[in-house]
Unconditional design. Sequence first.
Length: 296
Amino acid sequence: MPTVIASTSADLVLPPTDQQTPTAAVIQAPEAQPLETALADMHVLVEQHGYVVVVYPASVPTAHEQRMFAIRAMLESDRIALLRSDLPPLGVAVLVRQLRQLSVCDFSAGVIASAARLLAHYVYAGAVLNSVTRLDRVPVDLRSHAKSWVPGSQFAVLAGPNPQLHRIGPSAGILSGPDFATQMLVAGGQASTDWVTGTLAPAWQVHTVHEAALPADSPRWWGTPKLAEFAAFLPDISVLYQLVASVRRARCHWCSLELIGDRCGFCSAPLPLPDPEADPGQGAGPGSRLPVMRPT
């Protein structure tokens, strides 16, 4: 059975892209499920699939995050990866689906878990906001804060991979977008999606725009319910596969799982610094930063 991918809410589990893409498990919040049931469910996932990779947004309530770490500790399992992402919720949903796509490929669980950091560089996630006064996850200058109080103001915000903020208007610039082919998800909240579909998507040369439901966590992440969230991403499994397969692999010195990048997705152990006396032509270059590659 392939490595199972999980997240913290059913609305972060997007419809599959094809018949081969498996669904994702949902790790319920403490108020929705007793601890004993949560332990039993996680035990079943580990026994059936071997490894569980949980990806969740940083806006998840502390109690929910602590519950997941408690489950892993109580099961004394080194086969559960808990990956907190700085992407906004819709971007996390995209990332979860991409990992689901890769889970049926010939990658080990360690490579799939550490690939989350790499793939996040290729998710252009943002939102249209009516106010940035409570936005604390993207840098906001004082001028933008002041403009938030002007009636009718709207802001285009990109959270990742490179944070940007522009006020929407006739003379305003456009957000810098990807230089590769993408599709886009748009989730309307209490703000219109017209600017995203009519201005941003054409400017980014997005191939296809799909509608999605706004994740329940999005208003907390963005600091306002008056938003329309979007995420542009690589939809093609062959490109995703090429990205991950082209990165040099290493072996975690702590848990012995395979990984890409500079940190293990399961135990979080960093790769050791390279031996200055070692032959530079040998090995996978431990200690190097996670490469960011452009698809061809």
